[in-house]
Design a protein around this ligand. Sequence first.
Ligand code: TPP
Ligand code: MG
Length: 677
Amino acid sequence: MFLRLPCSSILLVPCLLAGSQTPTPKALRRNTHNISTTFKLSSTPSCSLAPAAATTNSPLPLLLFDTPPSNRSVASSDAQAFIGRSGSQIILDVLIRNGVEHAFAYPGAANVHLLDVACSDARIQLLMPRHEQGAGHMAEGYSRAAGKPSVVFVTSGPGATNVITPLQDAMSDGIPLIVIAGQVATKELGTGAFQDADIVSMTQPCTKWATMVGDVEDLPAYIDEAFRVATSGRPGPVLLSVPRDVFASTLRDDGPRMKIISPSLPPQTRPPPAQLPKPAAAKVLENINEAAARINNSKMPLIIAGVGVCSSPDGPRLLRQLALRGNIPVATTLHGLGAFDEDHPLSLHMLGVHGSVYGNYAVQRADTILVLGARLDDHVTANIDDFAAAARSAGSYGHGGVIHFEIDPRNTNRAIPSHIPVIGDVVENLKMLEPLIEPRPRNNWLEHINEWKTRFPFIYVPSSEGQRVKPQEVLEELDRQTTDMKDEVLITTGVGHHQMWAAQFYTWKEPRSLISSGALATMGFGLPAAIGAKVAKPNKIVVDVDGDASFLMSGLELASAVEYNIGVKVLILNNNTQGMVYRWQKLLFEDRFALTRMANPDFVMLAQSMGVHTIECRTAEELPGKMEEFLEYDNNCPIVMVCQVDEEEALYPIVPPGKAIHKLVMHPSLPLNPVYK
Ligand SMILES: Cc1ncc(C[n+]2csc(CCOP(=O)(O)OP(=O)(O)O)c2C)c(N)n1
Ligand SMILES: [Mg+2]
């Protein structure tokens, strides 16, 4: 709670220091701003050390600082409009005016006031996970499905630290997520109080902005700013740490106030990030024209489509027009799956470490590569130095090359040097490029690719009669039974082989239909992300394709799904191993399997204990019937289908560590001599 004293009240300080219930500032510094003025964030709080006499009663001297004008202005505040409202009420009002309808929330001492107010506010629905990490992933799934920021409420200490993994996940994959974390009371900050943790410092590296909001009057401006930061440029997460007294205090218009912070902590009020400078429009246009000229002159162009294409519905439409007119094949990243219809002959499906052979070959052979909204991490590029060999060579001679459309300029030369960077909103810039692309037949190039496609498809050996079903068979059956309703289906995944098999054997036709942890690869993401996606899109069929180990990391969130009648469909591909790591051990550690074979629970009984209807499938023969039952089950109730899959099935193709993207280890049944030429 902040003191609101007339300046003359400074004389009261000595008695406050004597240990009364009132907050105990050790030094005072006048704050001259008034709530009716435009808010400014302190970039570096101007702290002044307390006079020695004033610190003697406290083991941790407190500092008072004001919020001096800085050059980073927070969105203009209308705090005046909230006079008489409590901090919690203000938070809800401002969330709601930013379009929030749901929040994923877990209670604790530091946020009970907020939850009490939120629970009786009909404008917002709270959903409680069974673990704060679940709340974070639910929110990520919600954001991805709804295409808007999502909100999480957690308490201080462990509640807040439990949400660090989702924050990093959202940071890595560019998901707008706003976490409001309760904090110990202002006067307890840095005193080692119960459940005190310096969450602002901890989350600085894994958010776009993490800050404490230490004053009720700052809440409207800071929350508006959180939405701006989370959604501007490349989207990402924001954490606001709110001391519990701030939730409860009422905004009053009774004069200047003083703000207190402990010097034992790094300053917890941090300014929002500066906006990245926008490139001059003329330069962007010049680069787009140059890009079009190089594409039109190219004999062997290729597009790599990432998630940036899906940032607006226009993206996939423009991509299709451009690719079809220019006869340019399209490979996608994991997050780009669905940006281009995989049934189209120009589709090269997913490229990368577990991508298609033909996609990887084509990326090495192409003289011009148009990258659209993809970061190009090493899961896509394999060995960075060897990636896009022909295009890089062509580009250095001033024709062809790597053309990179990207919202975040830091990504354009991060891994792969780009000859023509086109910085800005990918879809807006695509709108300018698309009409400039001229029709070209490119028959030789497409014939070459088709030969690779015929010779090196994604492939597996089907299960023998009565044997455990193959994971690929399960995914092909899911694909077959959803063929006519792809636009109604959202798929989430865990992390591991099952995730890659889903990418390979499900036919991706719809943008944003895959919700998966790509860059951070967070096991346990699938189920909570599915729950969040289903909350955002209740009429969709939401299927979590999960691995046994991934499911176990967050499986108790089924209880949350049951509690709120969230009809997620969980498809567990149980190979009783941490398959992806197990295969690495087989390859690199001479069959020594450290910790990757697991004694699993009975997944059927586990799910049933939470009141979830469960199906078990063991063989390919029973698969079609069981899959039908699974998909047709009441879309408002959760269901689990446990597929007892072949434990030894390996994932192909794979680019071994350190190798170039075309040096794949292929399925043993494919020709031994690669025809990459
Ligand atoms: C939180 C977390 N811990 C560890 C890993 C490393 N890891 C990647 S895949 C994997 C095994 C996944 O097993 P499972 O979910 O059963 O999938 P499978 O590969 O068997 O299909 C592990 C341990 C990770 N990605 N995330
Ligand atoms: Mg497994």
